[in-house]
Design a protein. Structure first.
Length: 258
């Protein structure tokens, strides 16, 4: 176990399954913004004047649920690689058919707040707890089970996030950046596994041995994060890729975007 406050550099005794020396987590984000908001960053290199309605940002903010998620799943399924989709709960409500396909393909879906601008670091403890509960309710409705993982929007957690997630039964979350390996965070109400986001662990000499290491880690790389936390050596076989029809329930008219 690694003490978070101590910022320990290494996790004593940690080992990947099967003696593997490298592990890769494939994570995709499915996000949307509330109301008539869009991403706070511009699609274009030239930003508009403050207060100007950014139609490009608004349309770009809907691309993930309309097209992007289907393209990603097609690539992942074609290569037999299950991933973890960190999804805003409202994105799941807007694209229920995409959610259904993620489950059919063996992908994991992790909670990512309700909307991308619903940043938990700005919330009180009670407000954050309500957001987590709302996300769990959406997951139960659309997937039949509560989520096992959590990733805060812009990785901005609060002083209460670990305690609230542990109390709600989450297995892992990915908001820490100070270490390369997963570690356990113990709280009074339980323990949660913290996965550092966007990290590639490569011990000295790993590059020279990569060719012969690949077969040993292949089975592990095919696991969603929740199963990696349990170190379950199981493979997933994706089912045929299916995309909703043009008039599917997750399609919206352009007038609703602008």
């Amino acid at each position: 176990m690694v003490e978070v406050l101590g910022m320990t550099e290494k996790s004593n005794g940690f080992a990947w399954p099967g003696g593997a020396r490298i592990a890769v987590a494939v994570t995709c984000l499915l996000e949307n913004w509330s109301g008539d908001k869009g991403p706070p960053f511009s699609v274009q290199t030239t930003s508009l004047k403050p207060g100007t309605h950014d139609r490009a940002a608004m349309t770009w903010g809907t691309y993930g649920g309309r097209e992007g998620v289907w393209r990603l799943m097609k690539i992942l399924d074609a290569n037999g690689v299950p991933a973890t989709f960190c999804a805003n709960a409202h994105s799941m409500e807007l694209a229920p058919q995409a959610v259904a396909q993620m489950l059919r393909s063996g992908h994991e879906i992790a909670a990512h707040s309700y909307t991308q601008d619903n940043i938990v670091a700005y919330l009180t403890r009670d407000e954050e707890q309500a957001v987590i509960a709302r996300c769990i309710e959406v997951f139960r409705k659309l997937t039949g089970a509560p989520p096992k993982g959590w990733l805060s929007p812009v990785l901005a957690s609060s002083a209460h996030t670990e305690e609230l997630l542990t109390a709600a039964g989450f297995l892992w979350y990915g908001d820490y950046n100070h270490i390369d390996l997963p570690f356990c965070v113990a709280r009074g109400n339980g323990t949660i596994v913290a996965f550092p986001p966007q990290r590639l662990r490569r011990p000295p000499g790993a590059a020279r041995q990569s060719a012969r290491l690949v077969p040993r880690v292949q089975g592990y790389l095919r696991l969603p994060l929740s199963e990696r936390a349990d170190r379950v050596p199981q493979r997933h076989r994706p089912l045929p890729f299916r995309r909703p029809s043009a008039n599917g329930s997750n399609d919206r008219q352009d007038s609703e975007i602008f």
